[in-house]
Design a protein around this ligand. Sequence first.
Ligand SMILES: [Zn+2]
Length: 316
Amino acid sequence: MLPRSNAASIHPRAWSYKGTAGMEVIGGRPKVGAAAERTRQTSMRDVALIHELAHALADQSFSLEKFTKKVEQDSEKSLARQAVVEGQAMWLTNAVVARRTGRTKAKREGDDDGSEPSGKFPVFDQAPLYIRENLIFPYSAGERLQEAVYEKRHQLALSDVFRDPPTSTQQVLHPDKYFAHAHPALPLLPKDPKGVKRFAEGVMGELDHSVLLRQYASSEEAQEIAPKLAGSQYRLLEGKKNKRVELVYASAWSDAPTAQRFFHLYRKILEGKWKKLQVASETESVLTGEGDDGWFRVNLDGNVVRSTEGWEKPVD
Ligand SMILES: [Zn+2]
């Protein structure tokens, strides 16, 4: 999605014009009628071009390829930087289009959980939620972050986001956390059992948890709980002999009651992602049983929820 990668053909905002005949969304506000038609004629062609020019401009000061490649191993940092790149291009495009059409720039509306109103990006409506959210996030949440930084830092905002980029999806979703430099606090993972080797690990952020909760619990719970994530990570392990894939996961929350709620919701997540789930034991802080991939154990420890999944035998 950088200047070098033929981005115009894959930009969701450019696509959205095709799917919304007679009504379009620029800067988050639908417009109908003759004015919309006039804007549409200029914007369909121009918006993609302005967007690419915005990238080219940024690329002159900050090598966009380096900027995004530097953190490509960290999915949270990487998505946050994509939000800087695409968010700024969206924001600038919106500013140019607004000026041309004599409108004041549409004000961004409220805080949200990263979800997009249905119909804003019609081509994505059929895509799985996780993929859709990850594709749209840099454009929508990134633009809102750029707007928030602009309100505070004016002209400097355009370079600020590159010099001091957000480090998590949470910082992008909540500019106050970006300004406060609130970085994720990663909870310790359960110890690796014997006889396994590590083959993948990573961090999970607010967006990941928001999608998980929306998918397997409810939008309301996602909106309430996901913003209270303090940090999360996971690791995939492989049994040296049996080649089983095992998952260890931990998430820390802003407070114990939220962790408690998430602990209970995690059961719903497991029920949702597996066809069968047999509970062996359940207390206020421990849940064990067997799912599609093998044995699991989830436990609540203060403000941290940990899970081990995919074990051959019951986990102690
Ligand atoms: Zn772009």
